[in-house]
Design a protein around this ligand. Structure first.
Ligand code: ZN
Length: 485
C-alpha cells in the first residue's frame, strides 16, 4: 500500500461495511432512531483526509486515485483512548492482587523510578504497538516524572495521534519521583519546545498532575494558572477510590477531589479526569458546569477493586465521557474492545441490561473520546474533512465470533459484545497504516527479546524481580505500607 501523504494523493478504500458513529447520539435511545451506515461502501481520501463516504452502489467516479480493496472487511473509526500510561507497559504482570495505593507504593512508583531511557523506550514501543494493534489511533498519555521526551519520540515514530506529558508530583511517599516546581517546569518546557504541535498537530502536550495526594495546592495552582500553559489540557486522576477521596478531604479541608481540581477558574474547560468512580451528584454537576470531561476506565476500576463508575449518571448530568484502558499494569492490556465490553457490563450491573445501548458504547470509544479531548473536528468518526483515522476489521481474524458477514440486526451489539482486537487487520492514521497484522510476527521477532530483557532488568532495579516477588493474593494486609498524608 502506498502512503497517502503525497500532495494530492487520492485513495478510494472499498469496504464490505462502513460504520459512521456521528449518526449515533451520545445517549442510548436516540441512537436507535438514526441508524449509522452499515453496508458496503467506500471511503474517499485525499492527502490523508476524508473527502466522502458513500454506498458502494453506485460508486462515484474518483479519477487518479489508488484503489484499496477491502471488500472482505469492515471499516470503523479509529478508537480514542483518553487515559493511558505508556511508561507502565513493562510492569504488566508485576502488580497483581493489590488495591490502588498498595499497587502504586509497592510496584508502580518503584518501577517508574527505576525506568531509564532504554527501558522507557521499550515500554513505550510495546505500549504503542499494543494500542495500534487494537485499533487505537488517538491516546492521551500520562508519563512519569522523567524521560517523557523518550515517550514523545516513540509516539512520533509510531504514527499515532497523542496528547502526552510528564506526571507532576511534589508530595507523597515516593521520594525518587518527587520534583519541585522548577524541575517540573523544565521537563514540561523541554517537551513542549520539542514536540508541541509536531507533525501538523499530531502530537500535543498536556499538563499531568498525577492526582491530588501527589500534588501540592501551590504547585497545582502555579501550573494551572501559568499563562504559558493556558492552552494545555489538564490530565489527572480523580475520585478513583474511597481511600483517595478520604485523603483528599483531609488534605484540602474537606473538598472532594472533583471540588478541588475544579476550584481554579483557569482549569475550566480543559480538565480531563480519569476514573470519577466515587462522585456525588454535586461532583457531577460541578464537572458539567466547568466543562470538564471524564475518562471511564472500567477494567482498571474492576481489577484494582476501586468500584464502578456510573456512566449513565455522568452522561445524564451533561459530562463529556471517553474510554481508556489506563496502564497495562492494571488491567493487563491496552484494549478498547475490553473497555467497551466492560463499560456495557458495568452499566448493565448498575442499572439493568435494558439501559445499555451498544451503539452509544461504541460511540463513547470513538467520537465520545474525540469530543472529550476537544478533537471532534479532527478525528473520531468517518466524516468529510476529518483525518482518515480508521480501522480495517477482518472477520476471519476471529472466525468463531464472526461467522460470515457482519450481522445486520444489531451490528453495534455484535461489535461491543462479540468483537475483539483479533479482528483488527490494519489501523490507519491520517490515511496511512500504522499497524498491519501481517507484519506482527516480524515485529515480535525484532522486538520481543529486547522487551523481555528490558523488563527483567527494570524489575530487578526496582527490587521486584520474579524471584523476590510473592505470588498474587499471598501478601497479608498487615504488610501494606503506610499511607502518605
Ligand atoms: Zn491512570
Amino acid at each position: 500500500m502506498q502512503e497517502s501523504r503525497r500532495k494530492g494523493h487520492r485513495v478510494r478504500l472499498d469496504a464490505g461495511a462502513v460504520l459512521r458513529p456521528e449518526a449515533l447520539s451520545a445517549s442510548g435511545s436516540a441512537a436507535r432512531k438514526t441508524p449509522p451506515v452499515w453496508g458496503p461502501g467506500s471511503v474517499f481520501l485525499e492527502d490523508g483526509r476524508i473527502v466522502a463516504v458513500t454506498p458502494a452502489d453506485p460508486a462515484p467516479a474518483w479519477p487518479e486515485s489508488e484503489v484499496v480493496d477491502r471488500r472482505d472487511c469492515w471499516i470503523v473509526p479509529g478508537f480514542v483512548q483518553t487515559h493511558i500510561h505508556l511508561c507502565q507497559t513493562l510492569f504488566r504482570g508485576a502488580a497483581e492482587g493489590l488495591t490502588l495505593f498498595e499497587w502504586l507504593e509497592r510496584v508502580v512508583w518503584p518501577c517508574e523510578a527505576a525506568l531509564d531511557a532504554a527501558s522507557m523506550e521499550l515500554s513505550a514501543v510495546l505500549g504503542t504497538h499494543l494500542l495500534a494493534s487494537t485499533g487505537t489511533t488517538t491516546l492521551l498519555d500520562m508519563g512519569t516524572t522523567h524521560h517523557t521526551d523518550v515517550i514523545a519520540r516513540v509516539v512520533a515514530r509510531s504514527g499515532l495521534r497523542a496528547f502526552l506529558g510528564p506526571a507532576i508530583m511534589d508530595r507523597g511517599p515516593q521520594h525518587d519521583l518527587l520534583r519541585d516546581e522548577a524541575s517540573a517546569r523544565r521537563e514540561i518546557d523541554a517537551l513542549a519546545s520539542a514536540w508541541q504541535g509536531h507533525d501538523d498537530g499530531r502530537i500535543r502536550i498536556a499538563l499531568c498532575p498525577r492526582f491530588v495526594p501527589s500534588v501540592s495546592d501551590r504547585l497545582y495552582e502555579r501550573l494551572v494558572e501559568a499563562p504559558e500553559y493556558r492552552d494545555f489540557l489538564i490530565h489527572t486522576h480523580g475520585s478513583e477510590t474511597r481511600e483517595e477521596v478520604e485523603q483528599v478531604r483531609s488534605l484540602t479541608g474537606g473538598r472532594t477531589p472533583i471540588e478541588h481540581l475544579t476550584a481554579w477558574d483557569a482549569a475550566a474547560g480543559r480538565l480531563q479526569i480519569a476514573h470519577a468512580v466515587w462522585v456525588s451528584d454535586r461532583d457531577r454537576a460541578r464537572l458539567a458546569d466547568t466543562g470538564s470531561s471524564v475518562c471511564h476506565c472500567p477494567s482498571s476500576n474492576y481489577k484494582l477493586g476501586s468500584g464502578s463508575c456510573d456512566l449513565a449518571a455522568l452522561q445524564a448530568a451533561g459530562v463529556r465521557v471517553g474510554l481508556g484502558a489506563d496502564g497495562a499494569a492494571c488491567n493487563n492490556r491496552l484494549d478498547p474492545w475490553m473497555e467497551m465490553r466492560l463499560a456495557a457490563f458495568n452499566q448493565s450491573a448498575l442499572r439493568g441490561p435494558d439501559t445499555v445501548d451498544p451503539a452509544a458504547i461504541l460511540r463513547l470509544a470513538t467520537l465520545g473520546g474525540a469530543e472529550a479531548l476537544g478533537l471532534a473536528d479532527e478525528t473520531g468518526s468517518l466524516a468529510r474533512g476529518k483525518s482518515a483515522d480508521l480501522v480495517v476489521l477482518d472477520p476471519t481474524g476471529d472466525p468463531g465470533a464472526a461467522p460470515g458477514p457482519l450481522p445486520e440486526e444489531d451490528p453495534a451489539a455484535w461489535m461491543v459484545y462479540a468483537g475483539s482486537a483479533a479482528l483488527v487487520r490494519e489501523t490507519w492514521v491520517r490515511g496511512r497504516p500504522v499497524f498491519r497484522r501481517d507484519e506482527e510476527s516480524k515485529w515480535y521477532a525484532d522486538q520481543g527479546a529486547r522487551i523481555a530483557e528490558a523488563r527483567a532488568g527494570l524489575l530487578d532495579r526496582a527490587g521486584l524481580s520474579a524471584k523476590r516477588r510473592p505470588p498474587a493474593g499471598t501478601v497479608p494486609k498487615a504488610a501494606t505500607s503506610p499511607r502518605s498524608r
